[in-house]
Design a protein around this ligand. Sequence first.
Ligand SMILES: [Zn+2]
Length: 95
Amino acid sequence: MFICIDIEKTLYTRTSKLGCEHTYERKKTIVVLRCDNCGEVFKRNKGSMDPNRLNNNFFHCCPDCDPKRFAQKKGAERKIIWDKTVSSLDDISKL
Ligand SMILES: [Zn+2]
């Protein structure tokens, strides 16, 4: 699940040719997501993501979960619905 886009600031230190230490800041745009498999909140670098996937039309999987296993599980869930008989008494809005 897509939660929000955030900016992460990181401070770095560099040493000049005269030996003085200078700090400088780099901003990184990150995407906060919740894993649709285990529910864990995780962050990803925005640059490493397809911008078309920054919404809730897609499932998101954290680095600890196996996305291929997750996709198979989702497919199996849909198959149960497709294999239902027409005379099934289940409410169609709850599928
Ligand atoms: Zn996960």
